[in-house]
Structure formats: structure tokens, C-alpha cells
Design a protein around this ligand. Structure first.
Ligand SMILES: *Cc1c(COP(=O)(O)O)cnc(C)c1O
Length: 434
């Protein structure tokens, strides 16, 4: 597809977009009266307009029914999580019984690793990536510690080749094969938070399981961003948060996946919400697990937070993750085109560290502006109401989100970035002269 860098063309792409109506279902933040250009849906997704209604309904039922709401609310709180099964299953490619919404991401990772990291004297390595999100690293390190290993003993880190920002699938698979029966568990992201790289979860799972490892994914940046097939790929477990692409609000309840192959009676930390719901209120000492992922539940649910997630998932149900992905590819391609256009007219080159191959990226692009201009440019963009985010040491992350971002957003961003760079390069030259 050949793109054009002008307003009329961007407007035409928006006109032809079959998902264009969805933007109206979100609140776009305004600064000084103007809608911002919001590219931070990978960090905190925007608020759907229906969210308020979903939460208000639960407040109303609580107001009117008190404790009776557990069984008599419009959506009874006792079984509230059942309402998520079909939407979550579609979103991540799972069977309904393999998914459940609960807790937050790091908590779920800790719980899942308690089940799935079962080291032996010879097989105790955990494979992660060098650039792992700190919370994920703390999780694997603390799990290693609980089993008497230091982080250095247990953790193996995948590193990109020198002068590269991203890993190659080949290198990942090679490392797994080399570790062989020493590796107990593999924990990798679906989409890397810093570089935006989309990993080949299918191949990684296949090779990981061939060497006898348990394979899990952190889907913080993948859920709601790219279609997934966790069940078919044979992934053992996964967890994600729902405040990023899933637009469920700050600190929202997350969700997890446990493959059908895993026995819910296995080693894990138990709580009453994991017991069979038919006998839960008999208050027995015996733990009779729920079927599937629900057995991993500990506590009764934060219904007010889940109400926001339910509202948001209803939008994903209507839009369809594959349709969103199709638009997302086009939006991100357009952004790459716009960045390349800017590069043609500048004396510096903006570097895109996210892989160009569309099978290796989701909605996010990570840019490096050379000559240490990144932070200055980021601040200048913020002043002009372009919301992107800055990640130390030198990356600007931006995610054109297909539910509410437009081709015009991308075009206007390009205009603002171009002007900003023109100005800053001039300033820089003057500073060097004096
Ligand atoms: C956003 C994110 C987290 C955040 O963890 P919480 O427990 O939800 O605070 C963890 N890991 C990764 C990879 C993330 O992107």
C-alpha cells in the first residue's frame, strides 16, 4: 500500500475505516479545550462511555439490595466472573474454563509461578529476557529465592545481539534448546513493553515444551492488542492486566489463563473462591476445586472494578479482535510511513526500534530520536497535547490504538513532530555555534 502525507488522504483513510464509529464510544481527554492526540493506550487505555453505567448499576444494586446482591443483583456478584468467560476466551484464544478475571498482573504471576515453577535438583533454570519489566523480574527472582536459589543461580536472561534492541526468534529457540533439560520454566512477554516486539509465542511454546519446560506468557501488552491462540499453541499459563489495551481503568482487575491440560488439584495457593461453588457455603475444610482456571481464584471479586472490565469487553465483542488487528496494522504502517517521510527532510534520522515485520509488532512503535534530543522532543510534544510516553534511557513509546485512534491522529502527530524537530535541530546548532 502506498500512503500519502496529507490531510485529505488521512481523512479518506478515516472515512473508509469500518471501525471508525468506535472512537465516539470513548472519552478523549481535552487539554485547554482541545482533544489531545492520545497514543498512550498501551499504558492506560481511555475510558469507554458505557463504563460509568456498568459501575453505577452495581452501586445501585448494592444500595438497594445490600448483601442480597450476591445472589439477586441484576448481575449476581457470586457468579459475576462467569460473565467474562466467553469474551476473555475469544480475546486470548482459550476455552471458557481456561480463563478467569482476578487480582492484578503481578499477583497473578506470583500465584501462577507458585504452581508452575517446580524446580528439581537438576532442572531449576528460569528463562526470561534481559529487558524484562522489573515486576516480572522481581517475580521470578523471588520465586527462585523461595526455592532456595539465588536469582543468579536460577535466572537465565535472553540478550539481543550487540547493537540490536530486539531478540530474534531463532536466538530464543536456540537458547531454549541449549538449556534443554536444565530449564524448568520460561516466562516471556507476548509483546515487549519497551520495544513493542511481538514474540512468536507459538514456536516458543512448541520448543519450550519439547525440552520439557513449562511455558508462560505475560500478556500485559498483548491482550486486546493482537489476536492470540493460547489453547491451540499449548501455552501452559498466562496473565495480563486490563488497564492497558483493555481500557478497564487504573489498577483494574486483571485476568489469567491456565491450559485445560493442568489439573486444578495441583500444587497451588488456595482460597475459598477456588472451591466448588455448589458446596462453597458449606464451609468445609476439604478443598474441592472449581473446574479450570477458576480453581486458582482466592477471594471473592472486586465487582466495582470488574464492572469496568465487563463494559470494556462488550466493546471488544462487538468490534472483534481480528478486525481491530487489521486496522491496527494499517494504522501502525501509516505511522511508520509518516516517520520515514519526516526522516527524508531532516538532517537526523529517527530510529524505530520496533521490528518492521508486521508479524513481530503490535500497535506500539518505539522511537529513538538521536543526539539526545528524545527527552526535549517528548516534552515539546506534551506541551502540544500529544500524549506519548517516555521510557528511560532514550525511548518514546507510542501506540495508535485501533478502537479510538484515527489516521488523522497519526498525520497530525507527524506535522507536530516535524515542526518540533525542525525547531530543536536549529536550537541545537545555535547552541553548538556559541
Ligand atoms: C504493565 C506491566 C506490569 C504491571 O504490573 P501490575 O501488577 O499490573 O502493576 C507488569 N509487567 C509488565 C510486562 C507490564 O507491562
Amino acid at each position: 500500500m502506498t500512503f500519502q502525507n496529507n490531510t485529505a488522504y488521512a481523512a479518506q483513510l478515516d472515512q473508509n475505516d469500518s471501525l471508525k464509529e468506535f472512537r465516539n464510544e470513548f472519552y478523549i481527554p481535552k487539554f485547554e479545550g482541545n482533544e489531545c492526540i492520545y497514543f498512550c493506550g498501551n499504558s492506560l487505555g481511555l475510558q469507554p462511555k458505557i463504563t460509568e453505567q456498568y459501575i453505577r448499576e452495581e452501586l445501585e444494586d448494592w444500595k438497594k439490595l445490600g448483601v442480597k446482591g450476591h445472589f439477586h443483583a441484576k448481575r449476581p456478584w457470586f457468579s459475576y466472573h462467569h460473565l467474562f468467560k466467553s469474551s476473555l476466551a475469544k480475546l486470548v484464544g482459550a476455552l471458557p474454563e481456561e480463563v478467569t478475571p482476578m487480582n492484578s498482573l503481578t499477583t497473578n504471576l506470583q500465584l501462577l509461578l507458585t504452581s508452575f515453577y517446580r524446580p528439581t535438583a537438576t532442572r531449576y533454570k528460569i528463562l526470561v529476557e534481559e529487558g524484562a519489566f522489573p515486576s516480572d523480574y522481581y517475580t521470578v527472582a523471588s520465586q527462585a529465592n523461595l526455592h532456595g536459589y539465588s536469582a543468579e543461580q536460577a535466572i537465565v536472561e535472553l540478550k539481543p545481539k550487540p547493537n540490536n534492541h530486539t531478540l530474534t526468534t531463532q536466538d530464543i529457540l536456540h537458547t531454549i534448546e541449549q538449556l534443554g533439560d536444565a530449564v524448568a520454566l520460561i516466562l516471556l512477554p507476548g509483546v515487549q513493553y519497551y520495544t513493542g516486539q511481538l514474540f512468536d509465542m507459538h514456536k516458543i511454546t512448541e520448543v519450550g515444551k519439547k525440552v520439557g519446560a513449562v511455558v508462560g506468557f505475560d500478556l500485559a501488552h498483548a491482550a486486546g492488542n493482537v489476536p492470540l491462540k493460547l489453547h491451540d499453541w499449548g501455552v501452559d499459563f498466562a496473565a495480563w492486566c486490563s488497564y492497558k489495551y483493555l481500557n478497564s481503568g487504573p489498577g483494574a482487575t486483571g485476568a489469567l489463563f491456565v491450559h485445560q491440560n493442568h489439573d486444578p488439584k495441583q500444587h497451588k495457593l488456595n482460597g475459598w473462591w477456588g472451591t466448588d461453588e455448589n458446596t462453597r457455603f458449606f464451609m468445609k475444610k476439604e478443598f474441592e476445586p472449581m473446574k479450570g482456571a477458576d480453581a486458582w481464584q482466592l477471594s471473592n471479586k472486586n465487582v466495582l472494578s470488574l464492572a469496568a472490565q465487563l463494559a470494556s469487553l462488550s466493546i471488544f465483542d462487538r468490534a472483534g479482535i481480528q478486525n481491530l488487528r487489521n486496522k491496527s496494522i494499517q494504522l501502525t504502517d501509516y505511522l511508520i510511513f509518516i516517520v520515514n517521510e519526516i526522516n527524508k527532510s531532516l538532517s537526523i534520522e529517527i530510529q524505530i526500534i520496533t521490528p518492521r515485520n508486521l508479524d513481530e509488532r503490535g500497535a506500539q512503535l518505539s522511537l529513538i530520536i538521536p543526539d539526545q534530543l528524545g527527552k526535549t522532543v517528548f516534552e515539546a510534544l506534551s506541551r502540544q497535547h500529544v500524549v506519548v510516553d517516555w521510557r528511560e534511557p532514550d525511548v518514546i513509546r507510542m501506540a495508535p490504538v485501533p478502537l479510538y485512534n484515527t489516521f488523522m491522529d497519526v498525520f497530525r502527530f507527524g506535522q507536530i513532530l516535524h515542526q518540533t524537530l525542525d525547531k530543536n535541530i536549529e536550537n541545537l546548532k545555535q547552541t553548538t555555534k556559541t
